[in-house]
Design a protein around this ligand. Structure first.
Ligand code: PHE
Length: 346
């Protein structure tokens, strides 16, 4: 056979292959057909053997034609198999799925109730000119206790109450008050901040969680007095609980404030009548506060003869439990059961 004849035969076989390929309906049949043409004993394979009779020059051109033909066949086999898979998928989809049905929406996340309440409270204070300040959750004894005027033998410094990272030195902050110290050391006077954040204590029962949230407030300026503290807290209580909710101040003790007070609001369920929630007292405690102890001011280099300040620390969980009726345990806030969290979507 001369080169022309071989190429003509090759074209014939290629055409024949394409025609046969159309008729195949399974992957196996397509593979068999491919073998029947391309394997050594296949139709094209056999024809290729006639290359041996050609001169080296002729063999080069004709050999090229064989390579091109074989590549084209291999590609058409791959396309044909893809086509089969696609057709099978279409059949499957149309038989088993009603593509006209509306889809199911995925569950959307929402803000955690503690975050909602925290943002609401912070908004009230920022609208009164307070800046938001932050501090680390892992604190030093220095900031959490020493600079806050806690004596060395204060029970809060005990392992019983505090979660230590390194005994007596590094701990998980037990309150937000270390941010007072950090702010007074870092900011120019006057200072007016609120610091929301997580705090940690060795407590675990239906009304106490080992982690909970507080918001600390601090204002230091010339001539600040107790009336300013009461005014700010009154505004906060009215904005959060309602304009008709009364507040009450009771003497208390904190090492870092003098005088110190505890602030109650009138029970928002019984309006002061006395009920189970307020233990029949008509009042519910929501925060601790006081005038910054001169020792604390001096400890951070502020002249207590010129400057004075007030501070307060409130429990966000407590406020959240009051705002959202019927929460039986503070733990519900931290278990993150979606059925519970969904109630607060807004
Ligand atoms: N840090 C106190 C506590 O956690 C609360 C407090 C803050 C009291 C600021 C007075 C002033 O109990």
């Amino acid at each position: 056979m001369d080169p022309k004849e071989i190429i003509a035969k090759l074209q014939l076989l290629t055409g024949q292959f394409a025609e046969e390929l159309q008729k195949q309906s399974t992957e196996q049949a397509i593979r068999d057909l491919q073998a029947a043409f391309l394997s050594k004993k296949g139709k094209i394979g056999e024809l290729q053997k006639s290359l041996g009779q050609l001169s080296p020059d002729q063999r080069k051109d004709v050999g090229q034609a064989f390579n091109t033909a074989k590549q084209a066949i291999t590609q058409s086999v791959a396309d044909a198999i893809d086509g089969l898979v696609k057709r099978a998928e279409d059949v499957y989809l149309s038989e088993y799925f009603d593509v006209t049905l509306p889809g199911r929406a995925g569950a959307k996340g929402s803000m955690h109730p503690i975050s909602i309440v925290m943002y609401d409270i912070v908004d009230v204070f920022t609208s009164m000119g307070f800046d938001v300040a932050q501090g680390p959750e892992v604190e030093t004894d220095e900031f959490n206790f020493a600079k806050l005027n806690f004596p060395d033998d204060h029970p809060a410094r005990d392992m019983q109450d505090t979660l230590f990272v390194e005994e007596g030195k590094i701990l998980l902050r037990t309150h937000m008050s270390p941010v007072q110290i950090r702010s007074m050391m870092a900011r120019p006077l006057p200072i007016q901040i609120v610091a929301p954040g997580a705090v940690f204590r060795r407590d675990d029962d239906p009304t106490h969680s080992p982690m909970f949230f507080q918001i600390e407030g601090l204002l230091v300026d010339k001539g600040v007095h107790f009336g300013h503290l009461k005014g700010v807290l009154n505004t906060f209580i009215h904005q959060i609980f309602g304009a008709d909710v009364q507040m009450r101040v009771r003497p208390s003790f904190f090492p870092f404030t003098e005088p110190s007070v505890e602030v109650d609001i009138q029970c928002i369920y019984c309006k002061g009548e006395g009920c189970r929630l307020c233990s029949q007292t008509g009042w519910i405690e929501i925060l601790g506060a006081g005038m910054v102890d001169p020792n604390v001011l001096e400890g951070v280099g502020i002249d207590s003869e010129i400057y004075s300040g007030f501070a307060f620390g409130l429990g966000v969980d407590r406020v959240a439990m009051l705002k959202y009726e019927g929460i039986s345990s503070i733990k519900l806030f931290y278990e993150n059961d979606p059925r519970f969290l969904e109630r607060f979507r807004r």
